[in-house]
Ligand binder design. Sequence first.
Ligand code: TXA
Ligand code: MG
Length: 326
Amino acid sequence: MDTARLEINDSNIDKAGEIIRRGGLVAFPTETVYGLGADALNGDAVRSVYAAKGRPSDNPMIVHIADIEALTTVADLDCCMNHDVVKAMMREFWPGPITFVMRKRAVVPLTTTGGLDTVGIRMPSSETARRFIRASQRPIAAPSANISGRPSPTTYQDVLEDMDGRIDAVLLGEKCAVGIESTVLDITGDVPTILRPGYVTPEMIAAFTDVEYDPALYGSPVSGDFRPKAPGMKYKHYAPKAQVRIVKHEAYAEILAKEAEEDGKKVQILDYHGDSHAAARDFFARLRELDRKGADLILVIALDDEEFGFSVMNRMLKSAGYDVAD
Ligand code: TXA
Ligand code: MG
């Protein structure tokens, strides 16, 4: 199929909305990463998202809304912890990069939630995203707009690299301001649990409620028992063609680089000098760029494992298959 390139203007946003109502697929910018959108209430449309991404169908999709009124049409707040606390968190963090996992309503097909009776809901802060969702008049199911396993796209060019010819349209929007995916917070249990770390950290949530990380986030598939509560967290992720290694000290990275270069390899060191926000904005796009340049080995200098640094390190470790050279 021909993938339409839609510049951002009123008539193209309307066009994108029509494509969604017809059951088609449109990639769109958000503040985190680009999403691959479909009508969340249309099981066939959602199935074609799994097909376009090559994604396992047990991996639930996040449902995106533009206005708080849409929330109770898809999710049942009655299941959850203290309503006042939930509402206060939504007022603070929405629109923005956090997804709340709640009990789903019957209108949301099990195809959208990967067979679960819960649904993750997010109201993105990107103006373009919300204009598009409003124009579609539907809640939008959207995973990141990459081929499954590849780094998430943070520009429309990166979306086209993976999705050209596989989807109906791409909105040619802005570069993503955050650069890694939203925090996923499960509020269906007694203690809210972070299933995927992101921009909104436990330190920020602690102003409202106790919160914990899913213990699996401290482990890895190579450390044995690894059963993350978010189905998507168990899959191989963010892997470029080059080998990626995390290195704790710059001096050691220099040595490793020299050794690999002597073996004839093309090596790149990525050092963000401890700036986790700059790292988040750059990392996925850089992995794609280094693939295009034919890098063999990417050595990433580790960030401090605290607050937002923990979230960015989660992506870096996954892209390295948890290979850390100390
Ligand atoms: O920032 C984001 O969240 C981006 C943009 C497009 O909004 N979307 C995104 O979607 O990252 P995706 O499909 O690539 O990742 C969704 C993650 C997966 O790890 C999935 O398992 C988890 O959220 N998830 C979604 N619904 C869930 C649910 N009901 N219960 C547990 N985990 C859920
Ligand atoms: Mg993804």
